[in-house]
Design a protein around this ligand. Structure first.
Ligand SMILES: *[C@@H]1O[C@H](CO)[C@@H](O)[C@H](O)[C@H]1NC(C)=O
Ligand SMILES: *[C@@H]1O[C@H](CO)[C@@H](O)[C@H](O)[C@H]1NC(C)=O
Ligand SMILES: *[C@@H]1O[C@H](CO)[C@@H](O)[C@H](O)[C@H]1NC(C)=O
Ligand SMILES: *[C@@H]1O[C@H](CO)[C@@H](O)[C@H](O)[C@H]1NC(C)=O
Ligand SMILES: *[C@@H]1O[C@H](CO)[C@@H](O)[C@H](O)[C@H]1NC(C)=O
Ligand SMILES: *[C@@H]1O[C@H](CO)[C@@H](O)[C@H](O)[C@H]1NC(C)=O
Ligand SMILES: *[C@@H]1O[C@H](CO)[C@@H](O)[C@H](O)[C@H]1NC(C)=O
Ligand SMILES: *[C@@H]1O[C@H](CO)[C@@H](O)[C@H](O)[C@H]1NC(C)=O
Ligand SMILES: *[C@@H]1O[C@H](CO)[C@@H](O)[C@H](O)[C@H]1NC(C)=O
Ligand SMILES: *[C@@H]1O[C@H](CO)[C@@H](O)[C@H](O)[C@H]1NC(C)=O
Length: 507
């Protein structure tokens, strides 16, 4: 069905003497390639999120592939990260939101999904595995088993307790609590992720390949820059083009609430957030540069696949929403994705649609795991990056699904608002609600369309033609041929109940 994996395929070839010698050498010393996954927190692709990262674009993107159509299956941290780990859509991993009751790092997740996360397979293939940084939002909390819980598959575990922070945090270091203060030299989390990674590269055994997953807190709030970068981008403001400060009049209930135009206080708030997000990313850019230098100096750079991506996008002022994610629009669901490694030609921009659930399958494909034995919804995109190593087709369409968060009590700082809402700041604009619950089907090749259904009192539907309207300014649901709506609805129904092969082979 599929050819043997890169790194192994060469070993058996009875070819010319020189080739044989080369293969003997590579087989004897390192029969497999190393893999690194760098996963940032809240880094958008659409609003210029990669702009401050010059070195990363050059060292990873220009040296390999940049995906221009990479998406998350859900635009919220914990559900998206759970997809990254399990290779499954949210309706299959059942992590709905950022709280333990919503299965974020819950006992049920630890029992049913975590034991089948991709690092477990890598570890079985004798990869040395190393984790450092933010994991799942509830990781380490008392209800989630505390710091003693170390997920299976990891040889070295340095995970942040709770949500992203830059200082004054706690880590689980292989199951032991380690508290940190706010000294830049000792504690700045992005730098700590780098330092421990370099240490791992020095200490690891050269006889096995390694897998590293590095998860810096940037550019998540509280947007704390390293001291040397706290004055950077002083003139920068959030981009004013596209849907910035536009009303969401023809959109779902939540988007019809914000004041338009936005008050100046909201605009000042979001410009400040935009700038500070970029500042925190400069430390990630340094991390990438120093990590690659180290790989080069230990002679592993050409032998290592490096993936750079984020859990979901982010918005600053689009449709008059000040700051957040959680929406179905391009700014929240598109993610950066850059990959370099053996067999991937330099300077490629790839248009194939890829999803966060594809990362685990791709990584396991590279590691030589038999993918038919893995229960995941995603598919390997190695064929798209490295056609010399793999043949394969891309998916025709995909699902984005989201369960809205809310609170049954009223927000005390916004007494005019009722219950059922969440994230109502600044200026009491709510970014989420229980009924911000939706599922979308997206097609790209041929027709660039998005069709979404809401689970709210209006059974609201949105449809966009992104060819004619890249900023999703016009909901065309009332204009479009009803037979097309029906086709999209049928695709959505199939995707919402898909699992494994039926997510990949849908037509
Ligand atoms: C949490 O996950 C478990 C195990 O998959 C599942 O049985 C349960 O229904 C999930 N909880 C929610 C609220 O979906
Ligand atoms: C860290 O905690 C200390 C003690 O509570 C506090 O004084 C300090 O302001 C905190 N630093 C940051 C960056 O939050
Ligand atoms: C990381 O290592 C560098 C160089 O050794 C050092 O200057 C810096 O203080 C360290 N930072 C952290 C947070 O460990
Ligand atoms: C807005 O303009 C910037 C350049 O100023 C560009 O990079 C970006 O793609 C544009 N965004 C949209 C949504 O058009
Ligand atoms: C808001 O800012 C704009 C542009 O800077 C300015 O023209 C306007 O007067 C401000 N409005 C208020 C109410 O301060
Ligand atoms: C992969 O696993 C499937 C299912 O267990 C099996 O049928 C197939 O033979 C395996 N393929 C290889 C190349 O081992
Ligand atoms: C991909 O398919 C083509 C045509 O069928 C074949 O010639 C080539 O060897 C295949 N490549 C790989 C890596 O399997
Ligand atoms: C998270 O999901 C659980 C289970 O569906 C739900 O009970 C809880 O209210 C949700 N939390 C928030 C903040 O929406
Ligand atoms: C969504 O929920 C809010 C808060 O509970 C409610 O006021 C509103 O009517 C609901 N809208 C729809 C379309 O369901
Ligand atoms: C989308 O827009 C393009 C360009 O304007 C047009 O050719 C195409 O027919 C539109 N598709 C639909 C379904 O409206």
């Amino acid at each position: 069905m599929r050819s043997s994996p890169p790194g192994q395929w060469s070993c058996g070839c009875p070819l010319k003497l020189l080739v044989l010698f080369f293969f003997f050498f590579t087989c004897a010393f390192s029969s497999k390639n190393n893999i690194i996954l760098i996963l940032t927190d809240d880094q958008d692709e659409q609003m210029g999120g990669m702009t401050p990262m010059k070195k990363t674009r050059e060292l990873i993107g220009d040296a390999g592939a940049t995906f221009s159509n990479a998406f998350t299956s859900t635009p919220l941290c914990c559900p998206s990260r759970s997809s990254f780990l399990s290779g499954r859509y949210p309706h299959n991993h059942l992590v709905h939101n950022n709280s333990v009751e919503g299965n974020c790092s819950s006992a049920a997740w630890q029992k049913t999904a975590e034991p089948f996360a991709f690092p477990v397979y890598l570890n079985k293939m004798r990869y040395q595995t190393f984790y450092c940084g933010k994991y799942l939002n509830q990781y380490g909390s008392k209800d989630a088993g505390g710091v003693a819980h170390v997920p299976p598959g990891w040889d070295q575990w340095h995970a942040l307790v709770g949500n992203s922070k830059y200082y004054n945090y706690t880590l689980s270091v292989n199951g032991k609590e380690e508290k940190h203060g706010d000294s830049y030299e000792k504690d700045y989390l992005t730098d700590l992720v780098l330092n421990r990674s370099l240490h791992f590269l020095e200490e690891r055994s050269p006889s096995h390949p390694f897998f590293m997953m590095l998860c810096p807190p940037a550019p998540h709030s509280p947007w704390t820059a390293a001291p040397q970068y706290s004055g950077s981008f002083s003139g920068v403001k959030a981009p004013r083009n596209g849907s910035f400060n536009k009303p969401g009049t023809d959109k779902h209930w939540l988007l019809r609430q914000p004041a338009n135009p936005m008050p100046n206080s909201s605009i000042d708030y979001l410009d400040n957030a935009f700038r500070r997000r970029w500042q925190t990313l400069l430390s990630v850019d340094d991390l990438v540069e120093r990590l690659l230098k180290k790989l080069d100096s230990v002679k592993e750079l050409d032998n290592t696949y490096i993936f750079y991506t984020s859990d979901h996008g982010y918005h600053t002022g689009q449709f008059s929403l000040p700051i957040d994610k959680r929406q179905l629009y391009e700014f929240d669901i598109r993610i950066p994705l850059l990959v370099r490694g053996p067999g991937i030609k330099a300077k490629q921009t790839l248009q194939s649609p890829v999803l966060n659930i594809d990362l685990p399958m791709t990584i396991l494909d590279i590691a030589g795991v038999n993918l038919s034995t893995v229960n995941m919804d995603g598919q390997s995109f190695l064929p798209q990056m490295a056609p010399s190593l793999r043949n394969g087709t891309e998916r025709p369409f995909f699902l984005v699904e989201y369960t809205g968060e809310g609170y049954s009590s009223q927000d005390p700082s916004c007494p005019k608002l009722g219950p059922g809402l969440a994230e109502c700041f600044p200026d009491c604009v709510c970014e989420d609600a229980f009924n911000n619950t939706y599922a979308c089907v997206r097609t790209l090749k041929g027709a660039n369309l998005q069709y979404c259904e809401f689970a709210d009192n209006e059974a609201f539907v949105e449809m966009y033609n992104l060819t004619a309207d890249p900023h999703q300014l016009e909901n065309i649901v009332k204009k479009v041929d009803p037979s097309l709506l029906q086709i999209m609805n049928q695709r959505l129904i199939k995707l919402q109940s898909c699992a494994g092969d039926t997510c990949r082979n849908i037509r």
